[in-house]
Design a protein around this ligand. Sequence first.
Ligand code: MN
Ligand code: MN
Length: 310
Amino acid sequence: MPRFGGPTTMMRLPDQPTAEGLDACFIGVPMDIGASNRAGTRHGPRQIRAESVMLRPYNMATGAAPFECMQVADIGDVPINTFDLKKSVDIITAHYHTVLATGCIPLTLGGDHTLTYPVLRAVAERHGPVALIHIDAHADINDDMFGEKIAHGTPFRRAVEDGLLQCDRVFQIGLRGTGYSPEDFNWSRDQGFTVVQAEECWHKSLAPLMAQVRERIGDAPVYLSYDIDSLDPAFAPGTGTQEIGGLTIWQALEIIRGCAGLNLVGCDLVEVSPPYDMAGTTALVAANLLYEMLCVLPKSEAFRLARTKD
Ligand code: MN
Ligand code: MN
């Protein structure tokens, strides 16, 4: 079958209805009803899958071979209620509860960033409060948006309130842009989060930062939430809330590859909006970053290390 033919699953993987028997799975959450500006992320999962067809199984840079040591499939999309955000949030938590009960690690194709809150509820139910690596142009810690507690700008405030996070092991990287007051980022710092603004990342490798992140997080279960708008719009224009002066692709790779060795229990890639992604670049970047996440899951990293020793 040519790469452009056949059903569109992530990386042309087998599809199956549940996570049963899997070490890791890709799941789509086709939603944009939590978005505050440009919408379109409901089309994200399908477009990321479409742009993933050229991904090959072996990681030439790191030596990771995730499919040689893990069972991985695409388990389709979460059937959200696109007319009701609050119902959708509960649908997502229930769906991930079932996935996590099998021991499978979910890699989520978003969808707007609202989805991370219900996913974290299910993750913390299984693992207890988790460490968090959150890459984004925005802190997403608003108390509300237009009076609504559930929206794509509020997930990490809700997560803190619900006790889902180990706040001294939360890192927010890439934050920038214009705000309303210093409080926009300082609320995070007040919770004990480590905030690394984009300007601190400019012109340098993020490998040393990730060494610090790994040291602080240690063996704690950790969730990785990657908002594509953390990247500069030059690299990822297809998203709803762009901010200039962002991270580069190679910094994104350093961040994700720098997660190798951590006890990752779930990952997501959110905010890809295909209607604004004229050349498909944003979805292509997203597909590659999701593959890189798969490559650093604990089983994959253990396999890579064992093989490197031979
Ligand atoms: Mn976000
Ligand atoms: Mn953002």
